[in-house]
Every structure is written in C-alpha cells, then in structure tokens.
Design a protein around this ligand. Structure first.
Ligand SMILES: Nc1ncnc2c1ncn2[C@@H]1O[C@H](COP(=O)(O)OP(=O)(O)O)[C@@H](O)[C@H]1O
Ligand SMILES: [Mg+2]
Length: 259
C-alpha cells in the first residue's frame, strides 16, 4: 500500500519534472516517465522539484550523458535558455578514490562521514572550483546554482547536444597553446590545479576551448598539487603530440609554471 502511494507520487513528480519535454524517447535509451524510478533516488527527485518551484529551471528535457558517478541532464530555464544539470549519483557511487582529491585541500578540512555527505561535498567542490575559475575569466561553464548533489550550470552546446570534446575535434597548434595557457591561468589566477586535465574534459567551441569537469581540481596548497600539475601537463602534451602538433617539452612547461 505504502509502495503504491509512493510509486504514484514518483510518477506524478516525473510528470512535473519531465512533462514539458517534447521528446518521447530520451537519449541513451531512457524512457520518459521512467527516469526517476531507474536513475534518480527520491532525495534527488525532491531536489529537482525544488529547483523548479524556486524557478532555477523550468523543466528537464532529459539525460545527455551518463557516467559511472554522474548523469548530465539537459534542462531549460524560465527564459528558455539551455541549462546543464550535473547530478552526482549517491547510490551507485564509489567515491573512495576521490578522497585523495579532497583530504589535504584546506578549503574542505571538515569532512563529514558517509557516502551521501561525500557526494554532496564533491558537488560543492566542483561548484566552488567552477566559481573560482569563472570569476577569474577562465573559460568554463558559468556556474548557476548548487543544491545537494545537483550542480546547475551553463549548457555548452546547441539544442541539447554538448559541444565536441577536444578528443573528437580537429585540432591545431593554437589549441595546444590555449590548453597550456588555461593551465597557467588556473595556477596563477584561480590558484587551482585541475587534476584530470585531458582531451575528455575540454570542449572545443566556436569561441575556443572551454574547460569542464572540475570536481577533482585542488587548491595549490594541497600536498599533491605539484604532482597533479605535472600529470596534467604530461597528459595534454601527449595528446597534442600524438596528433602531430608541435609541442614544448612538458618538463620545461612545468618548470616555467612553478618557478
Ligand atoms: N556544461 C555542460 N554543458 C553541456 N554538456 C556538458 C556540460 N558538462 C558536461 N557535459 C557533458 O557531460 C559529459 C560528462 O561530464 P563530466 O563533467 O566530464 O562528467 P564525468 O565526471 O562523468 O567525467 C561531458 O563529456 C559532456 O558531454
Ligand atoms: Mg569528465
């Protein structure tokens, strides 16, 4: 009986959150009306519902990309602008490996125990990182709002399709130079090291590169900041080099940044 009521409530909420979506069949094989039951837990559904009543978003169109730890949804606000929702999954999460990117960052010294708290903290960290970058004029999606495990930001792309990642794009020498200059801006202006800087976490748009996926970014005071920086430079250099772009010696790039 209780389950019946709860199921009805869920399907009602599903309708409210997704009803205005024009699509019947959502991307990635998600069926309309089943997203909530199969992907999102109840607290997340309530968080989405509150985003609507608070007029942060008008409705959700559907999922765009599903990773192991988060799902990216395409939503729309009251002004009909496209919005990206990065929803960190609480239930399926394995956040153990992420601890190394939080412990040691003085901005997050008070760690509460429990998966849910760690997931909320991770979302908060990504939001803080995005805000620090955005405020420094680094090209990242504009952060809009954070509520529990739901991060609301500018949608980079058109009509619900994200811009191409660097990986899938034609690239030129100027892209390499911008990629390195973003690492420098992160370091000098935002006082951050990305920690997962790669061709997968950079969009190539009409207006140049846009960096995203900043959950792993750490403060320069983090004990492993230098090591993460070295890895970031090595990874992106390897990518451009493999594609036949003339690159500088990553060791020299690192030295130049930290000296
Ligand atoms: N602001 C955004 N606008 C449009 N699409 C986005 C945005 N942020 C992420 N995406 C899409 O979601 C995918 C996963 O996002 P990402 O932040 O890299 O999550 P993960 O932690 O799973 O790697 C990206 O590859 C991209 O296609
Ligand atoms: Mg990513």
């Amino acid at each position: 009986m209780q389950n019946d009521v709860s199921r009805k409530l869920e399907s009602k909420l599903d309708e409210i959150i997704f009803s205005k979506s024009r699509k019947k069949q959502l991307k990635d094989g998600f069926k309309k009306g089943k997203v909530i039951n199969e992907v999102l837990d109840k607290p997340t559904v309530m968080t989405l519902y509150k985003l609507i009543t608070d007029h942060i978003i008008a409705f959700v169109n559907g999922p765009v990309s599903a990773g192991k730890e988060s799902v990216l949804f395409w939503a729309v606000n009251d002004n009909n602008e496209n919005i990206a929702l990065k929803i960190y999954l609480v239930s399926t999460s394995n956040f153990k490996k992420r601890e190394a990117y939080i412990t040691g960052d003085p901005r997050f010294s008070r760690l509460k125990k429990g998966t849910k708290n760690l997931v909320y903290l991770w979302a908060k960290k990504e939001f803080r990182n995005l805000s620090q970058c955005y405020d420094c004029g680094i090209p990242v999606p504009k952060p809009i709002h954070l509520s529990n495990n739901v991060l609301v930001m500018e949608f980079i792309g058109k009509n619900g399709s994200p811009s191409k990642q660097l990986l899938e794009s034609d690239i030129y020498e100027k892209d390499y130079h911008q990629a390195i200059s973003i690492i420098k801006q992160l370091y000098y202006d935002a006082k951050l090291v990305h920690g997962d800087y790669s061709e997968y976490n950079i969009f190539k748009t009409e207006n140049g590169l846009v960096l995203f996926d900043l959950g792993s970014a750490v403060d320069l005071r983090h004990p492993n900041a230098k090591e993460f920086l070295k890895r970031d430079i090595n990874n992106i250099t390897r990518f451009f080099s493999k594609r036949g772009i003339t690159v500088n010696d990553p060791k020299k790039v690192l030295e130049e940044i930290i000296s």
